[in-house]
Design a protein around this ligand. Structure first.
Ligand SMILES: Cc1cc2nc3c(=O)[nH]c(=O)nc-3n(C[C@H](O)[C@H](O)[C@H](O)COP(=O)(O)O)c2cc1C
Length: 407
């Protein structure tokens, strides 16, 4: 995901610096080459050996390291992104003023790369006007500031901002800064995810085995690529992705209404949800007791969300459908692509091992409206999401070229 990208990770002297080890690991695992710079304060909390072992790169701690004295200008001008996490009150105050009295602050003055700061400090420190002013100045200088979050601090519980956001959140924002600039950058992408629930009575419902993983992965990956993302999701226990706006729905009718609202502004609509095709025709208003004997529920079909929005599609927009089949998946998918007037359809076979619901992997085939077929190997759902978005980007670029030539 970050192969070939270079990142400078500055760590300043806050207790949250232990979490930067996880961040260093996430970035390295994603393929980035990570150079860590520790302030003197940071080195009191976490030693350079830990970061060197996690990143496989030498860790820098001093302006005056013999043999590396030009690093303070070379490195911040060679990397694709500079992250400072945690960013202490001291670090931000110095950086805002352009003070360059150690290796990290000198690099921040010399930098040409984008800068992401993750502030972390005691909640009273965070409220101090000097800290607020420094953050305003840094934001005005183009820094992207992520957090702080509200939550427990080392010194006890708190209900005010101060705590550093989680390493996964800093990672997601970093990926977005490193990867934007492609065909999805600045577009509005709408993704549906998960199952829907249809009530039988106030406590029972009909649903399906969809976990939401595929849709959540698509929403996160589209956001990484610079899109504004609306995620319309049925009930799911997955953690809410960073960046996308989550709209929670319960029934297929709720999902259809939510899609209809955003559809006219959407540049890309990806229907990865598994909405219930049927619902109880006449849900009971009270819970039916077992003593009443057999319980016959008559099911009626729900509305077809994709068909329902066909007319409201924004001109030039891209609509991606999903088809989960059990046998003859490609043929059934092709028919659905035509019937629902889609730009592409993602097909998988629920009977295949490792594909479909409740697993972390999937094996899909993508068919485009021009008949082009992309067969993906068995991959994680994050990798499948990336493959689908690669096809969406290519499809949009070639569509643009065709409409440009026609004009
Ligand atoms: C145990 C401990 C925890 C600290 N945690 C923080 C913190 O979370 N945020 C912060 O701004 N300063 C914190 N400080 C204070 C900084 O370490 C101090 O301001 C230091 O000068 C920061 O230097 P640096 O920004 O160059 O690393 C902490 C100090 C100690 C002793």
């Amino acid at each position: 995901m970050l192969q070939g990208r270079r990142v400078l990770l500055g760590v300043s002297g806050g207790i949250a610096s232990y979490k930067s080890c996880i961040l260093a690991r996430l970035l390295t695992q994603a393929g980035a080459r990570v150079s860590v710079v520790l302030t003197r304060g940071a080195a009191q909390f976490v030693g350079p050996v830990t970061f060197e072992a996690l990143t496989g790169q030498p860790v820098l701690t001093s302006l005056w390291q013999p043999g590396q004295v030009l690093n303070h200008v070379r490195l911040p001008q060679r990397v694709d992104l500079i992250i400072v996490a945690p960013a202490t009150a001291h670090l931000m105050s110095r950086a805002a003023q352009g003070l360059a009295d150690d290796l990290l602050t000198t690099m921040l003055v010399a930098r040409t790369a984008p800068l992401l700061l993750a502030p972390a400090m005691n909640d009273d420190m965070y409220q101090h006007p000097a800290v607020q002013d420094a953050m305003d100045l840094l934001a005005g200088q183009g820094a992207v500031i992520v957090g702080p979050a509200v939550g427990d601090l080392a010194e006890g519980p708190s209900s005010r901002p101060g705590r550093m956001v989680e390493p996964e959140t800093i990672f997601n924002h970093s990926v977005r800064l490193l990867r934007r600039g492609g065909a999805l950058d600045g577009l509005h992408v709408v993704v549906t995810a998960g199952p829907t629930r249809e009530s039988i009575d106030p406590v029972r419902f009909v649903s399906n085995r969809s976990s939401g993983r595929m849709g959540y992965a698509l929403a996160q990956a589209a956001w990484w690529r610079g899109a504004t993302v609306t995620l319309i999701a049925g009930p799911s226990s997955l953690p809410v992705p960073d960046g996308p706006t989550l709209e929670r729905v319960e029934t297929t009718a709720d999902m259809a209404a939510a899609v209809a609202t955003v559809r006219p502004e959407a540049d890309v609509l990806i229907m990865a949800a598994a909405p219930s095709d049927y619902r109880p025709g006449d849900p009971a208003t009270v819970k039916r007791p077992r003593a009443d004997g057999d319980f016959v529920v008559t099911m009626e079909p729900t509305a077809d969300i994709l068909m329902g929005t066909a007319e409201a599609r924004r001109p030039g927009s891209t609509t991606v459908g999903f088809a989960l089949e059990t046998g003859d998946a490609v043929e059934k998918g092709r028919a659905k692509l035509v019937r629902k007037d889609l730009d592409m359809i993602v097909i998988n076979d629920a009977l295949e091992a490792g594909a479909g619901f409740e697993v972390d992997t999937n094996r899909v085939t993508i068919i485009e409206s021009d008949g082009r077929l992309t067969e993906c190997p068995l991959q994680t759902k994050v990798e499948v999401a990336e493959a689908i978005l690669d096809v969406v980007e290519r499809h949009r670029v070639s569509q643009k070229a065709v409409s440009g030539a026609a004009n």
